[in-house]
Structure formats: C-alpha cells, structure tokens
Design a protein around this ligand. Structure first.
Ligand code: PEP
Ligand code: MG
Length: 590
C-alpha cells in the first residue's frame, strides 16, 4: 500500500475521516505519528486478493503443498524430541498433527479458494478465525485454550506458503506505520525487534504485562488497553500515539497534528541531550555511587544497553530464547547466547535469570499452565519439575561464566527449600562440567528474585542461602494486590505506591543490607523517574531497567541528595493515606 511520508501529513490530514480520541495506558514514552496498519497478531498478517479463474487449481495446489510440508515438519520434529524435553512437547506435536489433518482446516479452505476465488492465505485465515470463534464460545477452559494451537498450526502453513504466492509486499516505510491489534502476546512482541514500526496500540493488556515490557525495551511509543481501537480504526488512517499520556488521536486535524509534531521534536531533542550523560558515573550530589544496569530479553539487546551506558546486565530474561519455536534451544545454543552477552559486557556483571516460563510466557503447545497460570507451575517451580531442562540451562550458564562476571538469578521463589534444590542442581551441573573438563567460574554468585510477598516478608530466611537479591516489583505488586498484570480490567488498581508494596520493598532492602547482601530492583519501578528518589531514600543503590530509560534515571540520581531523600522516604513509608503519599512524593520530586 502506498503510504505518504509523515512529513507530508499536514496537507493530507484534512482529506481524511472524522477525528476522534481513544484513551488507554501509555506503556512507552514518546510520540509517534503514522498510518494505521491493522494486524491480527504480528505473525498472522496476510494479504487478501482474488485469484483469476485460470489460477484457481494452482492456488489449491499451493495450499496442499504447504499443508504437506508442515505435516512433514511436524513428524520430523516429533521424532527429534530430546529426552530432556518436557513430556508436553511430544503431546503438543501430536495435537498439532491432529489439527492439521482435520478436514475443517485442510479441506474447508480449499473450498473457499474454489468457490470464492480467495487466495490461499485469506481462505486459511478466514477458516481459522471461524474456528477460533467457536473455541471461544466453549465453556471448557482446556478446550477454549486450544484455539492458540489452531493459530499456531495455521501460522506454520502460512510460513510454508511464504514466497510461493502473488502476495503484495508487506507495507513499505515501516517507520511510518503504527500497528493496531486486539492483543499481542510477549512472543508476538519479541518479533517486533526485527521491524522498525513507528509505534503500536492494542485493545488489551496491562502496563507491566510482558508484552508492555518488551514494547518498552523497543523504545517505541505505545498504548495498551484501548478496548475498541482494532474495531474503530480503519487501515491507513492517520494516527497520533502519545505514549506518555496514553492518548490515541485518530484522523487529527491540522492544528492538533502541528502541535504533536512540535512535541515529538521536543521529545527527540530531550532524548539527544540525555546522551551526553552516557559516560558520566551515576552518583548522588554527595558522590554516593549508584549502579544502573540494563534488563534485556535477547542477546542483541546488549548493544542498546551499552549505547545507553549500562554498567551491567541486571536481568537477562532468558525465557525469550525459548519462545516462537517448537523445539528447545540445546545447551550449545544457549551457551552461545549467554557467552555473546557476557563477552559484549566486557567484564561488567551479567545477571542471567533462569527460565521464567509459564503464565503469559508459555512454550509453544504448553499444556501445563493450569487453571490459573500466574499461580501455577511457573518459573522456578517449572524448572524444578523439569530437572533435565533446568540442568541443561545451568550448564550453559556456567560455561558462559568463564568469559566474564556471570551471576545466576532464580525467579519466583516462595520457599527457602527451593533455594536448597537450586544449590543441589547447580552442584550437579558443575560436577558434569568438571568431569568433561569444561572450564567455568566455580564462584558464580547465586541470587533470587523477591517477587512473591511471602518471600519478601520472610526474606531473612532467604538471605542466609544467597549471594544477592533482586526485587521483581512487577510480580510483587501483582501478587500483593491480587491483580493480574496482563488484565487491563484491573490495571487501574496496579499501584506501586500502595503502602503494602512499599513496606515489602523497604523491608527487603533493609534486610539485605543488614546481611551484607547486594540488592537491586529490576521490576518496572526501577525505570520510573518519579520513584527514583523514593527508592534511593529506602537505601536502594542498584537499579536495573530497560536500556532506553537508563539516562533519564541517571539524570535524576545526579540531582538527588541522600539525606534529603531519606527523610521523605521515611515519611512516605509512615503514610497510610494515598493522597498524603502522593503529595509527599510530589514534594520529594519538586
Ligand atoms: C518482575 O516481576 O518485576 C520482574 C522483573 O520479572 P518479570 O517482569 O520478567 O516477571
Ligand atoms: Mg517477575
């Protein structure tokens, strides 16, 4: 589709449809101006076109060949399932084969091509959407969740057809495109790293969902929780995304457009100015050093971390290496990924978190999620239930430790005995490597994420068994306030300033300091400028955040005085009245 450059938009705006505004939650800073591109998911964007009568049989053949190819792939993958893979992997491949063989997917789209002259992709996706809708109406939770299996099988067939059709090229000038979707999974979102869209907006999602976290790491203006955007916006309509205020303006008039173009350049200017701080050490007015590190999802993110002056990786969310694929990365593949990051950081600490799979980040075909995935077999619980998979990862991490300063971080601990079990598996992994003559750092520090209220309250029982702590405020808030972080219906209740949350964070920092342990915050609170002084006042000296936020936080640290922020932090911790807390925080940041 030929989209004009956004610089020409002022003259075109008036020719477009009626202007309206939608409100959601801004997840990522900045302003984007561009043209809407409607997407089902990042993976299921297909072209719709009619096939000439003489080409119909060739189009059916194209579909048949792709289905056959996918059948072969699935059978091959099934045969190659490693012995250390969770049992679900083989079961899920069986299920996918069954779906592929079902006439509703293999035969019905052929009829659509023949009768309606639709191209094969269109016919397939239409049939898939019809099936997904049927699944959504089913009461049984297990069956309802199988709709994602249908989607995954269709994706495979679409991928097999890629390059064999007459599809028009994907939208040119990605930098002018704003993707509009009903929802994206974290796995969809990670694929955005290969694109250069101007921004994106979704109907669903909370600000600390993993989808939003990845969006933030992309440094793109984005809004979630808009409810009806996908329905109300038409392809190629002009959009303004204000990722700070969470406002989406559709078909803006000239005046509004000019105003936002100005704001966008001011924002860009500020961003450029901050770059001057890249090599300035992060220290308060008294010269007290503060460590600012980066959160990354993929090895390639390390480049951005260094660009923004990160003094280490405070959180490497390794589970993203496991998404968007049907097999598991083996020990060598994982080792290469970890080594790449460790070497790029050149001696600076790299905190590698063991798999935090489950909840909204599930392996393809994972059926173990249970009725309430956020409370289910997630993170360390899943790893301890799948020791072979866990050991593979531990060996890969240990092997990478030889190339720099690796730290091992375990997510979602609730019981001290989980740490004992982790020590046990680390010892086994070390033994195996020793016996094979593989070198590694024998003193890799072991830390745990404090992100379950029980662990924060009983943190004294954990510090004895660990070398460092990292507070995962995203989950800590989710579990303390009992609100699903992915659910926009309760997103307004997500409150980092809730006294219960602040007490748990303060208690963890205090206990770690008393025990002489390093403690960081690596949840989204660490990257929120309005909370920097409060956290400093609570005694925090290590922050880990998405790289794009590092310099703004550094600027705030440079302007802060420890004795002053300590007084305010104490007063805020004593406050039980939200309005007083807010007023004190405003004063602290004035
Ligand atoms: C957290 O929970 O705060 C955290 C950093 O981990 P994740 O967002 O990956 O769950
Ligand atoms: Mg977490």
């Amino acid at each position: 589709m030929g989209r004009p450059e956004t610089t020409q938009v002022s003259t075109l705006a008036a020719t477009l449809g009626a202007s309206f505004t939608l409100h959601g939650a801004g997840v990522s800073g900045g302003i984007a101006i561009g043209y809407a591109h409607l997407a089902s998911t990042a993976r299921l964007e297909v072209a719709h076109y009619e096939v000439a009568g003489s080409e119909i049989e060739a189009e059916v053949e194209r579909l048949d060949v792709a289905v056959e190819q996918v059948r072969g792939e699935l059978i091959g993958l099934h045969a190659a399932v490693p012995t250390d893979a969770p049992a679900e992997l083989a079961a899920f491949l069986d299920l996918h084969l069954m779906i592929l063989n079902d006439a509703l997917l293999s035969a019905a789209p052929r009829e659509l091509v023949r009768k309606r002259r639709w191209n094969a992709e269109w016919a397939l996706v239409h049939q898939m959407e019809m099936l997904v809708q049927r699944f959504e109406e089913v009461e049984d939770l297990y069956l309802r969740e199988r709709k994602s299996d249908v989607q995954q099988v269709v994706e495979r067939v679409l991928k097999a057809m890629l390059g064999t059709g007459h599809m028009p090229a994907p939208p040119a000038h990605e930098e002018n495109i704003i993707v509009v979707a009903h929802d994206f999974s974290p796995a969809d979102m990670i694929l955005f790293k290969q694109h250069q869209f101007a921004g994106f907006v979704t109907d669903l999602g909370g600000v600390t969902s993993h989808t939003a976290i990845v969006a933030r790491s992309l440094n793109l203006p984005a809004i979630v929780g808009l409810h009806h955007a996908r329905q109300m916006i038409r392809e190629a309509e002009l959009l303004i995304v204000d990722g700070v205020a969470g406002v989406l303006i559709v078909n803006p008039d000239r005046q509004v457009l000019a105003e936002y173009e100005l704001r966008r350049s001011q924002f860009e200017l500020e961003r450029q100015k901050l770059k001057r701080l890249k090599t300035t050490p992060a220290a308060t007015l008294e010269g007290e050093r503060v460590e600012l590190q980066a959160n990354i999802e993929l090895p390639a993110d390390v480049e951005q971390a260094l660009d923004f002056g990160a003094m280490g990786v405070g959180l490497f969310r390794t589970e993203f290496l496991f998404l968007n694929r049907d097999d598991l990365p083996d020990e060598d593949e994982q080792f290469e990924a970890y080594r790449q990051v460790v070497q790029a950081m050149n001696g600076l600490p790299v905190t590698i978190r063991t798999l935090d799979l489950g909840a909204d980040k599930a392996l393809n075909g994972a059926h173990f999620l249970g009725p309430n995935p956020a409370l289910g077999l997630r993170a360390i619980r899943f790893c301890l239930a799948e020791p072979q998979m866990f050991l593979t990862q531990l060996r890969a991490i240990l092997r990478a430790s030889r190339y720099g300063a690796v730290r091992l971080l375990v997510p979602m601990v609730a019981h001290p005995h989980e740490i004992d079990q982790v020590h046990h598996y680390v010892a086994i992994a070390k033994d195996t490597l020793l016996h094979s003559g593989v070198h590694f750092d024998p003193n890799v520090p072991l830390g745990a994420m404090i992100e379950i209220p029980a662990a924060a309250l009983a943190v004294g029982a954990f510090v004895k068994k660990l070398d460092f702590l990292s507070i995962g405020t995203n989950d800590l808030i989710q579990y303390t306030l009992a609100i699903d972080r992915t659910d926009d219906n309760v997103a307004h209740l997500y409150d980092p300033l809730h006294p219960a949350v602040l007490h748990l964070v303060a208690h963890t920092i205090r206990t770690a300091a008393k025990a002489g342990l390093q403690v960081a915050v690596c949840g989204e609170m660490a990257g929120q400028i309005e909370l920097t002084r409060l956290l400093l006042g609570m005694g925090l000296r290590q922050f880990s955040m998405h790289p794009a936020q590092l310099l703004a936080i550094k600027q705030q640290v440079l302007r802060s005085s420890i004795p002053e922020v300590e007084v305010f932090a104490q007063r805020i911790l004593r406050s039980e009245d939200p309005e007083r807390t807010r007023a004190l925080l405003d004063k602290l940041n004035a």
